[in-house]
Design a protein around this ligand. Structure first.
Ligand SMILES: [Zn+2]
Ligand SMILES: [Zn+2]
Length: 302
């Protein structure tokens, strides 16, 4: 797997890929800068803005593209995905992890007041599908035929094209309205894991899945980097706040070989997380320790 990964990463031009992944957003639900944080430098410097977490996948041979999460930045993210794919209109499929604002509210742009899409397949685990089909305004999207809810069964792959399949895990994360999915995206050569939100690696292990095994089995792992460490929210005891810290995940894989650690790409960072800045000491620490940080616009051949 290493040679394939290395070859894919070194491919001179991602445009030659049959199936391609693009990072469309990297921030936690609230975005960067976040509302009411008046002092955030990103208000003045647009280069510091970060869109909410999302991945796009394009199968160039099939002429189809898929988006993971429908975020508050869905308009821009669909624009960029269509530009990359050379297409227009609604995506050929949407995959949603869960019912927190950064991950699904962009669905509204598929509806009557905006693009009025037709039958866009929206893939979710069962409780999420139930939530969307029984609560306004989301039920209107289903009722008007803007979206076509496709209920996934955890562990059972959905075949999207002859070269692309997606399966879901049910991962531990606070579930007011629905469960939370993590996804495994199987391309022709690489498999990519996308877990933007999870409460802890231990709780997942208690459910029978160890992140260590996932990292060994898959080629690229985009995972929850909401907080860097426990010093990030001054004046607050962070011990009760979920999410594996970036430092904790790095410690977990500290003794693994370089080629394993470099599979891990941190994503879904909070506006307080210093890895949002490409020139911060914390970004440098992550890179020095052999890990990577997901950045908007990065493209990979799958
Ligand atoms: Zn989130
Ligand atoms: Zn969440």
């Amino acid at each position: 797997m290493l040679t394939i990964l290395a070859a894919a990463l070194q491919a001179a031009s991602p445009a030659r890929c049959t199936v391609e992944l693009v990072v469309l957003g990297v921030s936690q639900d609230g975005g960067v800068p976040q509302v009411n944080v008046q002092a955030d430098p990103a208000w003045e410097d647009e280069s510091l803005r970060r869109r909410v977490v999302s991945l796009g996948i394009v199968d160039h041979e099939a002429g189809e593209r898929f988006i993971f999460e429908a975020t508050p930045d869905f308009r821009e993210q669909m624009h960029d995905l269509n530009a990359l794919a050379g297409t227009e209109g609604a995506p050929d499929g949407v995959f949603l992890t869960h019912a927190h604002i950064g991950h699904y509210t962009g669905l509204m742009f598929l509806g009557f007041e905006s693009m009025s899409a037709s039958d866009v397949p929206v893939h979710t685990l069962p409780i999420m599908a139930e939530f969307l089909s029984t609560n306004g305004p989301w039920d209107q999207l289903a009722g008007y035929g803007n979206i076509d809810l496709q209920v996934m069964t955890a562990g059972q792959p959905v075949e999207l094209t002859p070269r692309l399949a997606v399966s879901a895990w049910d991962v531990p994360h606070r579930r007011e309205y629905a469960e939370t999915a993590g996804f495994r995206i199987q391309g022709p050569e690489l498999s990519v894991v996308f877990i933007p939100d999870i409460d802890s690696w231990e709780e997942w292990a208690d459910q029978g899945i160890r992140i260590e095994d996932v990292v060994m089995e898959d080629d690229l792992i985009y995972i929850d980097a909401t907080f860097f460490d426990n010093n990030e929210l001054p004046g607050r005891d962070m011990s009760a706040i979920p999410h594996p810290r970036v430092t904790e995940t790095m410690d977990l894989f500290q003794d693994y070989p370089d080629d394993i650690r470099q599979r891990i790409r941190f994503i879904h960072y909070n506006h307080t997380n210093p890895i949002r800045y490409e020139d911060s000491a914390e970004t440098q620490e992550v890179l020095d320790r052999g890990y990577r940080i997901a950045r908007e616009g990065e493209r990979l051949c799958l």
